[in-house]
Design a protein around this ligand. Structure first.
Ligand code: SIN
Length: 344
């Protein structure tokens, strides 16, 4: 069985020389660019397992080379590169599709989804499934949603009440909804590339950030923050995406096998993400990071401060999509005040 591509093999591919690693001459080569590490992160793990399976089961037909840690493209440039045919697969967070569609703004609405089960229920609903093709007119084909986890806030001072965030600068992804959510806390949002977050926090360019347990652990953000507050205020989700041209160019039997493997890996890995996130949370504590939990009353303060943001984006995300997401949130039996609050 061929192993998955190493960074060395990936770099060899970038130079345009004979592709090493899992590929043999004549294979259709699929370059898969990610910004995360290949080991500690739900996306990195899923990408590795997907590549391993394709390279084993489709040997001699098609091969996947994974480029972790922004070694090929970062999320700012990857979609344009994909449209030019320079990379075939990526899984940016849904916050990074602003230039292509506004419907994914739904996923950034604060306190909409209480947990990953609710996200799953929405994504597999007709409304969620339709969202994957929202960029067809722009040449991008959404293939599968991948979970990363629930997001937590951290800062260089304790965050227990929304007022504690006042005046602080927070690193955010390039998302209008997240920017509005930070402003709702009377704080300042600053969009910064994922790979630059550790330095930005360490040097005081920003005071705080929001991300999943796995990203906070893998980037060692806990080491440059006073602590992490378990807010679960949002969700970080990915869309595995390719170009419509590339997908069309695949012979039907190859396309179908490729998409089948991707779907199987998606179902398997999405079901495992809660456990991966719990391991990262435990690892942060073991490494000396401080985690603060909120009382129900403190949590309600954060919901009240951020949830009014929904009103600004209702028409972008589509009222029907929002209704379907709220229904999914109720289905899991762990409805939180964000989904039920007046005006929501
Ligand atoms: C990722 O997990 O792909 C990065 C998310 C971020 O930019 O915070």
């Amino acid at each position: 069985m061929k192993g998955w591509a190493t960074v060395a093999a990936a770099l060899l591919g970038m130079t345009g020389q004979a592709v090493a690693g899992p590929c043999t001459p004549g294979d259709i080569v699929v370059k898969f660019a990610t910004v995360v590490s290949a080991t500690d992160n739900p996306k990195g793990i899923a990408a590795r397992i997907f590549a391993d399976r394709v390279n084993h089961e489709m040997a001699g037909k098609l091969c996947v080379i994974v480029y972790p840690d922004s070694t090929l493209y970062d999320d700012d440039s990857v979609l344009q590169a994909m449209l030019q045919g320079d990379v075939q697969l990526a899984a940016p967070s849904l916050s990074k599709f602003e230039a292509f569609t506004k419907v994914f703004r739904l996923f950034d609405l604060p306190f909409l989804f209480p947990d990953l089960q609710a996200v799953d229920a929405f994504e597999t609903s007709p409304a969620g499934a339709r969202m994957k093709s929202s960029m067809a007119g722009r040449g991008l084909a959404g293939l599968e949603f991948w979970h990363s986890g629930m997001k937590q806030f951290s800062a260089n001072r304790p965050l227990l009440h929304p007022g504690d965030a006042k005046g602080l600068k927070f690193r955010i992804q390039p998302s209008e909804v997240i920017a509005a959510s930070i402003r709702a806390l009377e704080a300042h949002p600053l969009s910064i590339a994922f790979s630059d977050v550790p330095d930005a926090l360490a040097t005081g360019v920003v005071d705080g950030q929001e991300n999943t347990w796995s990203n906070i652990y893998a980037q060692k953000l806990y080491a440059v923050q006073d602590g992490i507050t378990e807010t679960n205020h949002g969700v970080l989700e990915y869309l595995v995406v390719t170009s419509a041209d590339f997908l069309r160019s695949l012979p039907p039997d190859i396309r179908s096998q490729f998409l089948d493997i991707l779907h199987q890996v998606t179902v398997e890995r999405n079901a495992a993400v809660t456990a991966v996130e719990a391991r990262s949370r435990a690892a942060i504590i073991a490494a000396g990071g401080r985690i603060r939990t909120l009382t129900p009353a403190e949590r309600a303060e954060w919901v009240a401060a951020m949830q009014p943001v929904w009103g600004q984006f209702r028409s972008d995300v589509g009222p029907d999509n929002l209704a379907a997401a709220e229904a999914a949130a109720r289905q899991t039996g762990t409805v939180q005040t964000g989904a039920d609050a007046p005006g929501g």
